[in-house]
Design a protein around this ligand. Structure first.
Ligand code: 5PA
Length: 339
């Protein structure tokens, strides 16, 4: 199937425009020279909503669905520094919907949490340990709002529902179109993966329109089995929504594209090796990565290229999924790691 036919299939799902347009792809000339690969960066950190990031793409479809269902309030969840929560609150406010953020951790008045407060989002912070616990709190709030006559729309952690995945199916089509315009056939598309929605969209989208391109989705410390199960489920359900039965990936294909070993002890751990990578990319290309997702994913990319698992001469697209607000959440910790 070609990218236009894939985009046609997306048209039956409502979408609100939150992106400025297509995000740019830039050539990382200095890093390319050092790694002996051709490295391009897709600037999904520049989507145009709040601080930008991958959630904008998912929210275009999620909030399209919420508006079609006449909902008036959006509930979502994440860690206290969640990029997804910030993006959701910003998008909801812009569209005239109320936003309730269900956050876990310790609230400190900085980073994304501070930006959430500037948006006047309703924030509830819990000491929950897992995403599952947050889901229960969200459902409790949903019942509360329904009883009060509201029409809530619940978005899971990371916006990783099949409707959210549609955003990264569209991104896969965009990546292939831009490749054609640049006269480039991508060998690899590399991104961070956490709640699995971005990965599911990239895998299913590429498998459908560009099966020769190899996706490498780098885990950032979440439990691998849970991630694989989430991606498998999302791929299946999204394929059914778009009638892409031929595009469904096998468990082995999903496992093969899910790269472990770069979580540095677990989700949200801030480590010096990753800060070194953030400094390197900032110095070489003038682009900031974040310490929780894109910094770890880029560490993985550098390591795979140095070990020639990504062979010299490969054309590699790194998807910068945003998250720069995270640097300000951990300003003190990161400052202590600087030389
Ligand atoms: C996140 C996730 P997925 O969740 O779709 O796998 O995307 C991973 C990812 N890059 C990549 C950035 C900057 C991200 O923020 N963020 C979550 C959040 O709550 O912000 C879902 C965890």
């Amino acid at each position: 199937m070609d990218s236009n036919s894939l985009k046609k299939r997306l048209e039956k799902y409502p979408r609100v425009k939150l992106m400025w347009g297509r995000t740019p792809i830039v050539y990382a000339a200095n890093i390319s020279r050092e790694l002996e690969i051709d490295l391009y960066i897709k600037r999904d950190d520049l989507t145009g909503l709040a601080l930008g990031g991958n959630k904008t793409r998912k929210l275009e479809f999620l909030l399209g669905d919420a508006l079609r269902k006449n909902c008036d309030t959006v509930i979502t969840a994440g860690a206290v520094h969640s990029n997804h929560a910030l993006q959701t609150a910003a998008a909801a406010q812009k569209l005239g919907l109320e936003a309730v953020l269900v956050l876990r951790g310790v609230a400190e008045n900085k980073g994304n949490y501070f930006l959430d407060r500037l948006l006047d989002a309703e924030i509830r912070v819990y000491e929950a340990k897992t995403g599952g616990e947050l889901q229960n709190y969200m459902e409790e709030i949903q019942r509360e709002l329904l009883a009060g006559g509201k029409k809530p729309y619940l978005i899971p952690v990371g916006g990783s529902s099949p409707t959210g995945v549609l955003g990264y199916i569209k991104a896969a089509a965009e990546i292939m179109e831009q490749g054609r315009e640049l006269n480039l056939a991508w060998d690899y598309v590399v991104s961070a993966t956490s709640s699995g929605g971005t990965q599911a969209g990239i895998l299913l989208g590429l498998k459908t329109i560009a099966p020769a391109v190899k996706p490498l989705c780098i885990g950032v410390g979440d439990p691998r089995e849970e991630l694989l199960a989430a991606v498998q489920g999302l791929v299946q359900e999204t394929a059914a929504m778009l009638e892409l039965e031929g595009g469904v990936l096998t468990g082995a294909e999903i496992e093969g594209s899910t790269i472990a070993g770069y979580g540095f002890g677990g989700y949200g751990t801030i480590v010096k090796e990753v800060i070194e990578v953030i400094r390197y990319v900032a110095r070489k290309e003038g682009i900031y990565l974040d310490p929780v997702y894109t910094g770890k994913a880029f560490f993985g990319l550098l390591d795979l290229a140095k070990r020639k698992i990504i062979p010299p001469g490969s054309r590699v697209l790194f998807v910068h999924t945003g998250g720069v607000g995270g640097l300000f959440q951990y300003e003190d910790l990161v400052s202590g790691m600087l030389p």
